[in-house]
Design a protein around this ligand. Structure first.
Ligand code: G3H
Length: 264
C-alpha cells in the first residue's frame, strides 16, 4: 500500500499571527515555484493557537494547498478549564491535524500516556487527525530499552481508539535527544524504531492497517538529511521543528526528492 508522505512543521512557541502570514505565503510561493505536487507530498503547518485564524483566512482566501493544525488540544470539549483549547474550536477553524503528546508537553506539562490517550480520543471526536508523538530520552536510549519504551507509548496512546480510528492516525517518532540539538538520528536509528512500531501495529490491528499508517521521524531534520531519512522503508515523512521556521528550508524539506542522488 502506498502512503502519501507528510511533512509537518511544528512552529512550537514561535511567530505571531503577522509573522505567520509571511511564513505561510513565502512557503506557498516557494513550493509553487518548484511546482510542488501537494497530492504527492502533503504539507502541514502547526502554528501557535493565536495564529490559526490568520492561517485559516490565508488558506481559504488564496485557496492554498498547505494544510494546518494545532500543537495540542484539551481532553475536554468545553467548560471551566482556563487556558485550554477544545478540539471543537480547532475543527471550527478548519484545522486538519493536531499534534498530540509531543515530548515537550509530556515533559513540561506532565502529560502521561493516559492523558495522551484521552487527547487522541478528543481529536477524533472532532474529526481532527492526530499526529501522535512518541520517543525516548537519552538515558533510555543509552540503556538500550528505547524500542520497548516507544512501543509501550504507542500501545498506551492508541488503547482507547477504535480500530477504524487507528487507520488514520499519524505517528511521529521523535527521539528526545535529537530534538533541537542538531544531533539527528541515523537512518538506521530511525528505521529501527519506525519498523518496530509498524510491526507492532500489524500485530495489534492487522497488516493492512499497519501498512496504511504514516510514521514520521522528528529531530533536527533539515534539507541536508531529509533524503536519507526518507529512504527508510518505514519512514513516511517528518515532524520538523526549527527548520520549519524558515520557509525556504522547509519547502526544500518538502521537496526532498530533489536531494536524492541516483544511488540514494
Ligand atoms: O516537533 C518537532 C520536533 O520536536 C523536532 O524539532 P527540531 O526539528 O527542532 O529538532
Amino acid at each position: 500500500m502506498s502512503r502519501i508522505p507528510l511533512m509537518a512543521g511544528n512552529w512550537k512557541m514561535n511567530l505571531d499571527h503577522l509573522e505567520a502570514t509571511h511564513l505561510v505565503q513565502k512557503l506557498d510561493w516557494t513550493l509553487r515555484d518548484g511546482r510542488h505536487d501537494f497530492g504527492a507530498v502533503e504539507v502541514v503547518v502547526c502554528p501557535p493557537f493565536t495564529d490559526l485564524r490568520t492561517v485559516q483566512t490565508l488558506v481559504d482566501g488564496d485557496r492554498l494547498e498547505v494544510k494546518y493544525g494545532a500543537q495540542d488540544l484539551s481532553v475536554h470539549d468545553s467548560g471551566a478549564y482556563t487556558g485550554e483549547v477544545s478540539g471543537k474550536f480547532l475543527a471550527k477553524l478548519g484545522c486538519s491535524y493536531v499534534i498530540v503528546g509531543h515530548s515537550e508537553r509530556r515533559e513540561y506539562h506532565h502529560e502521561t500516556d493516559a492523558v495522551v490517550a484521552d487527547k487522541l480520543v478528543a481529536a477524533y471526536r472532532y474529526g481532527l487527525t492526530p499526529i501522535f508523538c512518541c520517543g525516548e530520552g537519552l538515558e533510555i536510549r543509552k540503556a538500550g530499552s528505547h524500542v520497548a519504551h516507544v512501543l509501550e507509548q504507542v500501545r498506551a496512546g492508541l488503547a482507547q481508539l477504535t480500530p477504524e480510528q487507528v487507520t488514520s492516525v499519524v505517528i511521529a517518532y521523535e527521539p528526545i535527544w535529537a530534538i533541537g540539538t542538531g544531533e539527528v538520528a541515523t537512518p538506521d536509528d530511525a528505521q529501527e524504531v519506525c519498523g518496530a512500531i509498524r510491526a507492532q501495529l500489524a500485530e495489534s490491528y492487522g497488516e493492512a492497517t499497519a501498512q496504511g499508517i504514516r510514521i514520521l521521524y522528528g529531530g533536527s531534520v533539515k534539507s541536508g538529511n531529509i533524503a536519507a531519512i526518507m529512504a527508510c522503508p518505514d519512514v513516511d515523512g517528518a515532524l520538523v521543528g526549527g527548520s520549519a521556521l524558515d520557509p525556504v528550508e522547509f519547502a526544500s524539506i518538502c521537496r526532498y526528492q530533489q536531494h536524492l542522488t541516483p544511488d540514494a
